[in-house]
Design a protein around this ligand. Structure first.
Ligand SMILES: [Zn+2]
Length: 401
């Protein structure tokens, strides 16, 4: 059995066939606000990949970075009048609590941008010595005209790339640019911002370079799978691929995987609209396993709208699973286990996997079959989806609502 997953760069579902040890890099958070449902959906998706790969006998090394220096965290720290690193520490701690509550596998390593400055500078230095950069007024840019493959991850045309660059933090009209899509590797810091000495002048890293540097430092030049939310396809991942490819002469990753965005009741979830659904609030009201079950209804490549009542379905399903797991007999669980594994291998068809689980629970509850291993099979099947039904469930998860 082999997982088949959609690869953004190839634009199709392809077999994902890594070696015994899988290297995975998932772009992490900028720790300036609480974890919301969109984060949870993204990290849940990669968690399911990890669980299935482990089930197939692989060992997975997943690295997830922390962007603890960029415009958003510095802006928020300024607004709150606190030190940006203190803000990062407290937000990372709540992020870990939320992820642990959702039973998401912890990262094997979680490097921080501010602790990776030397590897970032080493990478920029290599790009400079091979003629891929230029520096204007204290800012060092990557010259995209020096790299033929620019655009190979997203497949976007130039107009689309320019539009996304403008929307997502860059300024294609910056008069210092040789080409509108050139991107910042190193920039001068404002007076009240942190600054590091460098051969390119004092300053701080651009957004994209940190992930290339940290992926390389933690996992090597080419990783098996790299991903994040689909708003990272361009410019973030395009720029990562370009600078890593230019520096190393080999691709950054063998497979690109992106997770669609979550809206809230018809409107895009965003900080500025104030309609973020925070995991902290949701998990205080509901068993986190019900949140997982509700999210599993949606395919990771299909954006969806979350409605408050969506949690009800997860609560009902969880209740049925828990009751069924306590029954002494039921049908043979083997076909369900096979169906769930096949569904996960089919580009993570979580809805089909969840329905198969629910059908087995339904059959057990209906008194079908006399197999004494049915409940154990149900528990194993639920485990493939990260739903714990055994005695290891923390008491704090169990809600009476
Ligand atoms: Zn990244």
């Amino acid at each position: 059995m082999t997982m088949h997953l959609f690869d953004t760069a190839r634009g199709e579902v392809v077999p994902f066939e890594p070696g015994p040890t899988v290297t995975m890099y998932v772009c992490g958070i900028t720790p300036y606000d609480a974890t919301h449902l969109g984060h949870a959906f993204t990290y849940l998706t990669f968690d399911l990949v990890i669980r299935r790969l482990e089930d197939l006998g692989h060992e997975v090394h997943m690295v997830r970075n922390v962007t603890d220096v960029d415009d958003s965290i510095l802006g928020k720290a300024r607004e709150l009048g606190v030190d940006y690193l203190n803000l990062a520490t407290s937000e990372v701690a709540s992020f870990h609590e939320d992820l642990a509550a959702l039973d998401l596998r912890p990262a094997s390593a979680e490097p921080r941008a501010t602790e990776s400055i030397q590897s970032i500078l080493d990478l920029i230095d290599r790009l400079e010595s091979t003629g891929h950069t230029y520096t204007v007024e204290g800012t060092t840019f990557f010259d995209t005209s020096t790299w033929e493959g620019f655009g190979s991850v997203s497949g976007y045309d130039e107009a689309t790339m320019v539009a996304y660059a403008a929307e997502r933090g860059a300024n294609p009209d910056d008069p210092r640019l040789r080409n509108p899509l050139d991107f910042i590797l190193w920039q001068a810091s404002a007076d009240d911002e942190p600054s590091w000495d460098s051969p390119f002048g004092p300053g701080r890293p651009g957004w994209h370079i940190e992930c290339s540097a940290m992926a390389m430092a933690e996992l090597g030049q080419t990783i098996d799978l790299h991903g994040g939310g689909d708003d990272l396809v361009f410019p973030h991942h395009e720029c990562e691929e370009t600078q890593s490819g230019a520096a190393n002469g080999v691709p950054l990753t063998r497979h690109w995987m992106h997770v669609a965005m979550v809206s809230y009741e018809g409107i895009k979830m965003s900080k500025s609209l104030g309609n973020l659904v925070f995991i902290r609030n949701l998990r205080h009201l509901h068993d986190p396993r019900a949140i997982r079950l509700s999210l599993l209804a949606h395919h990771y490549r299909a954006g969806f709208e979350w409605f408050d009542h969506d949690i009800d379905d997860g609560v009902t399903r969880l209740d049925r699973l828990i009751t069924a797991a306590g029954r002494p007999t039921g049908p043979d669980p083997a076909p369900t286990l096979a169906t769930i594994r096949n569904a996960l291998d089919d580009d993570l068809n979580t809805a089909a996997a969840r329905d198969a689980l629910d059908m087995l629970a339904g059959a057990i509850l209906a008194g079908a079959g006399k197999n004494p291993g049915s409940a154990a099979g149900l528990t194993e099947a639920a485990g493939l989806l990260g739903i714990r039904l055994d005695e290891s469930v923390p008491e704090s998860w169990v809600r009476t609502t």
